[in-house]
Design a protein around this ligand. Structure first.
Ligand code: PLP
Length: 409
């Protein structure tokens, strides 16, 4: 019934129903073949430089550096990718693999809708049929993304099971895959799930770290002191960290501290006490769960970090103390986003702003000759509803009311 392989230390594996084992074997085979084919990565890089915005720039945050008075702060601009985040790296990479496997249909899960939109663009470009599973609650919360997925030609299926959020959408996507594995590939959205997904998604995202390392060496003539990334499932963090894994560079992953990691409202798996090791959704990692192994509800101001599990690779790097984990709370996140917008004119996503919180706390005590890199995983204009609420903008409120009025609400 179960198959265990693809472990990272004590974490990971592939706990699969018998029926999916041959599909995973095929996926692993294609992925490893592609990975050992230099032409594949060239094709991938070429695609990303003509369809997305690779290489993304490394921006020197000169004003924030002066303001904080410590290390030089650089921002890796994953927000400049197509659809506004690093997610494009993963979906386009998997799209190329799907082409190689000769499959014609893709499915994906989505919570906030960002991964669904990215997958829908990929499917449209490659001419695949596309079905996106999304919890019914999320469909209601994320109408703009549902609208775009449908315009891009995807079918969005609202999942009515369970608590009707991301984890229920994942279960439903697996159910679809079991019935349609010959024609269908499941485009998993982050560095989680059964092997080979954690490793494969990290591989596609490693382009971030590869570029960042080259760029900082060119600009500073030496390695950075630390690299910061936010951690939801862990894919953007794995992407940038992988460029510096073998270097004497400190790697810091920042989780969603929500209203505080000692409250019930957070999504911190590696910093908080109420997460523990378990097996769910086909892999072993730290989950936010109760004593009976029931997944608990998570909270974050940013929908993209609001996840019960975490990459098994990061759980391993946490135990090995190669990556340090911190948590940023919602209020700090809004403040860091505000500072970054006003001083640098860049708009980080709420997810990315978590990494900025910890970087801004630590930069002042570093030497002026040091540099640090913050991974700006995505752009913040998608967060207008949340941010406008946080700043209690009255003009925005009356705009929303007026719009609603036009529809007779
Ligand atoms: C989805 C998302 C994340 C979280 O995903 P990871 O797999 O942890 O990278 C972070 N930032 C942005 C902008 C996202 O859209």
């Amino acid at each position: 019934m179960q198959k265990k392989k693809g472990y990272f230390g004590d974490f990971g594996g592939a706990f699969l129903p018998e029926i999916l084992i041959s599909t995973f074997d095929e996926l692993e085979h294609e992925y490893l073949k592609a990975r050992h084919d230099p032409a594949f990565f060239e094709e991938y890089k070429n695609l990303m430089s003509t369809y997305s915005c690779r290489p993304t720039p490394l921006t020197y945050a000169e004003n924030m550096t002066k303001k904080l008075g410590g290390a030089k702060i650089y921002i890796k601009r994953e927000d400049l990718n197509h659809t506004g985040a690093h997610k494009a790296n993963n979906v386009m990479g998997q799209g190329l693999l799907v082409k190689r496997m000769g499959k014609k249909r893709v499915i994906a899960e989505t919570g906030a809708g960002q991964h669904g939109v990215a997958t829908a663009t990929m499917a449209a470009k490659f001419g695949f049929d596309c079905t996106i599973y999304m919890g019914e609650v999320d469909v209601k919360r994320q109408r703009p993304n549902v609208f775009w997925m449908e315009r891009l030609g995807a079918t969005v299926i609202p999942v009515k099971e369970g608590t009707r959020i991301l984890k229920d959408a994942i279960n439903e996507a697996f159910r679809d895959w079991v019935s349609n594995m010959d024609s269908t590939h499941y485009v998993l959205g982050t560095a989680c799930g059964p092997y080979p997904f954690p490793e494969m998604v990290s591989y596609f995202q490693s382009v971030i770290g590869m570029e960042a390392r080259e760029q900082i060496l060119e600009r500073e003539g030496k390695l950075p002191k630390s690299v910061y990334a936010c951690v939801g499932g862990g894919s953007n963090a794995m992407g940038i960290f992988s460029g510096f894994m073998d270097d004497p560079v400190e790697l810091i992953g920042v989780e969603a501290g929500g209203k505080g990691i000692d409250t019930e409202y957070h999504a911190s798996r590696l910093c908080a006490d109420d997460a523990s090791v378990g097996v769910a959704q086909g892999y072993k990692t730290y989950f936010i769960q109760d004593d009976e192994g029931q997944m608990k509800e998570t909270h974050s101001i940013s929908a993209g970090l609001d996840y019960v599990g975490v990459s098994p690779i990061l759980s391993d790097l946490h135990e090995k103390k190669r990556v340090r984990f911190e948590a940023a709370i919602d209020d700090e996140v809004i403040e860091a986003m505000d500072l970054t917008m006003r001083n640098e004119g860049v708009i980080p996503a709420l997810e990315s702003a978590h990494a900025f919180v910890t970087a801004y706390k630590e930069a002042p005590s570093m030497k002026k000759s040091d540099s640090i890199i913050i991974n700006q995983s995505g752009r913040g204009d998608k967060d207008i509803f949340t941010v406008a609420d946080a700043f209690e903008d009255p003009e925005w409120r009356s705009f929303i009311k007026e719009k609603a009025g036009e529809y007779g609400a």
